[in-house]
Design a protein. Structure first.
Length: 594
């Protein structure tokens, strides 16, 4: 049997480095976080050979006290927390006192720093277990950390480094993520002596939006709305994409908690939920969002890289994000809806979902009783509600209250052409009517949709003992959702009643989805989600199909309904329902100077 021995400090640090310093980019993340914690307003980053030769980061922050320089590089040495109480409410990005020790154990590191009213000092270590010597140096107020030959003494690690370009791309992404959160800090990034990025400090909303445009693309900010909300010390602000600007991947989703970028299941769920009703399945929203929360309400000490957090009250945070985002989306009424200008549609790196490139598929939905469809197909047959002719004679230039303007005709029985003060409005009749009916159905059903209907034959579902316990503890909760369930064994339940609207769904999958929601969030949205699917299909059947001739009166009535309907900027598959061509845009198309 081998005997137990205590690891020497260097080896212990190198082991810790395995977690914290995966590659040059993770090293840079730690170093920039230190600059931000020191309140720097300017951070200059210089990289050589994708970071494997040199990483040099200089800031103008508060600096390290000369007496602390010797200890700054040792493990478990930090100025950010002193006791357990501090750990419970960390307000800085760092707190583990690990980064400098880990990085210096796998590189040749020099730390030069100067605090207000003192001269500068420097310490240097070469990846050996030595006590660093503190020497005088020249440096303005602030700190420079120089990391040379990363992984020079851990060859296995060094082999894992990818091509310069790949490593640099990772670094670029890390800097971008941090630059998105620290608007008031000026960042420069040089690679092999060449200035590659300069993110100027943003001091106003316009400058912030410019920075976002340079980081996430102009198309994003052009198709995003700004949101802001606060409840009981919980704050959210940021930018979320309009449903008509969605992505095929979840690659433009940035979420920060107290300035720290995080990946979090609860937040993802809340965002998916908020968009589920306005985005076509398989598409992803884009957002840059910042949550401000009392540091005591969130545990950041979950993972060495600090990418994960744990909320003390995750339900509260979930519901707050969900509600704020959903409300903001449903309040995008016609006035703020997107101007889908021709130039924006062709923007290459982003996909504004347009009629042209959208693959239309009927949503998958459970079958519904044919009577219900009949009932709503009647809606389709009837012309849209009547229109008051008194409003018909209007001076378009003066009329501001009807942003969608007034119908001037119909194109191919598919599109309504309307005129408003800005120019031409083109409306996809079917898509628009579908959303109008869908929102109405949702409102109608909201009150009585949960009324339970007994199943002729109860459905037995086999579950794990744990799952059966979960159900047993929540029988009343399920009953309130219209699900009457009885426990018939240690590993099985019987479903006796389900909400009227959800006949003929896959009950086993349904129950499992609900249980997985409950274990993550404490409650489930599956029922609402499925009901919305059913209602969406009904709306689709009930709406005016393309190819139907409408009178000007009917067209105007539909325009007025759209103006008064939530989410009317897109149909319930996320396709836009209308677009605007302004007079200046038309002039441009016809090369007409004004
Ligand atoms: P942590 O950030 O978790 O405290 P680090 O190993 O990253 O641990 O840094 C150790 C300490 O060195 C920090 O607590 C801080 O006091 C100091 N430090 C590191 N970088 C800087 C910097 N750029 N400016 C000022 N102080 C710094
Ligand atoms: Mg740190």
């Amino acid at each position: 049997m081998s005997r137990i021995k205590k690891l020497d400090t260097l080896l212990a640090n190198q082991i810790a480095a395995g977690e914290v310093v995966e590659r040059p980019a993770s090293c840079i993340k730690e170093l920039i976080e230190n600059c931000l914690d020191a309140n720097a307003k300017r951070i200059d980053i210089e990289i050589e050979d994708g970071g494997s030769k040199l990483i040099k980061i200089r800031d103008n922050g508060s600096g390290v006290h000369p007496d602390d320089l010797g200890v700054a590089l040792s493990r478990h040495a930090t100025s950010k927390i002193y006791n357990f109480d501090d750990l419970e409410k960390v307000a800085t990005l760092g707190f583990r006192g690990e980064a400098l020790a880990s990085i210096s154990s796998v590189s040749r590191l020099t730390l030069t720093s100067c605090v207000e009213g003192s001269i500068a000092f420097q310490v240097a270590v070469q990846g050996v277990d030595q006590k660093p010597e503190v020497m005088p140096a020249a440096h303005p107020k602030g700190t420079t950390v120089e990391v040379r030959d990363l992984f020079f003494n851990t060859p296995a690690r060094r082999k894992f480094l990818r091509k310069q370009k790949t490593e640099f791309d990772h670094i670029d992404e890390v800097v971008k993520r941090i630059a998105l959160s620290a608007f008031d800090v000026d960042f420069t990034l040089k690679h092999n002596q060449k200035l590659v990025r300069h993110y100027k400090a943003a001091k106003s909303l316009i400058e912030e939006e410019q920075r976002i445009a340079s980081l996430c693309g102009k198309a994003f900010i052009d198709h995003a709305i700004k949101i802001e909300s606060e409840i009981a010390g919980l704050k959210i602000h940021g930018w979320i994409s309009l449903p008509t600007f969605s992505r095929s991947q979840a690659d433009l989703q940035y979420f920060y908690i107290n300035g720290r970028i995080v990946k979090d299941k609860v937040i993802n769920h809340a965002m998916r939920q908020a968009y589920h009703d306005v985005l076509y399945g398989g598409r992803f929203p884009a957002y840059v969002l910042f949550i401000g929360i009392d540091p005591g309400q969130v545990d950041v000490n979950v993972h060495p890289t600090k990418h994960e957090v744990r909320f003390r009250e995750s339900r509260l945070v979930h519901d707050f994000i969900f509600k704020t985002v959903k409300d903001s989306l449903s309040h995008i009424k016609v006035k703020e809806a997107p101007t889908v200008s021709l130039t924006k549609i062709v923007e290459p790196e982003f996909e504004a979902v347009t009629q042209n490139n959208f693959v239309y598929k009927e949503p998958e939905a459970p079958k519904i009783y044919s009577q219900q469809i009949d009932q709503y197909e009647k809606l389709a047959a009837a012309p849209p509600p009547s229109y008051e002719p008194a409003e018909e004679v209007v001076n378009v230039e003066k009329e501001q209250s009807h942003p969608l303007g007034y119908a001037i005709g119909q194109l191919r029985n598919i599109y309504i052409l309307a005129e408003n003060a800005d120019g031409l409005i083109v409306v996809d009749m079917h898509a628009a009517h579908e959303r109008v009916i869908y929102e109405k159905l949702k409102a109608d059903f909201a009150s009585d949709s949960l009324c339970a209907q007994p199943l002729l034959v109860p459905v037995t579902v086999s579950l794990s003992v744990h799952e059966v316990n979960m159900v047993e503890e929540r029988l009343q909760y399920f009953a309130d959702l219209g699900l009457k369930i009885s426990i018939i064994g240690q590993e099985s339940i019987a479903i006796r009643e389900i909400p009227a609207l959800l006949r003929e769904i896959d009950l086993v999958k349904f129950i499992q989805d609900i249980l997985s929601d409950i274990s993550l969030m404490g409650e489930s949205f599956q029922i609402e989600k499925l009901q919305h699917k059913v209602l969406g299909t009904m709306a689709c059947h009930a709406s005016v199909r393309a190819q139907r001739k409408m009178t000007i009166l009917e067209m105007n009535a539909l325009l007025r309904q759209m103006e008064n309907t939530s989410n009317s900027g897109q149909c319930n598959h996320g396709r836009p329902t209308w677009l605007k061509l302004t007079l200046p845009e038309l002039d441009k198309l016809f090369l007409r100077g004004r």
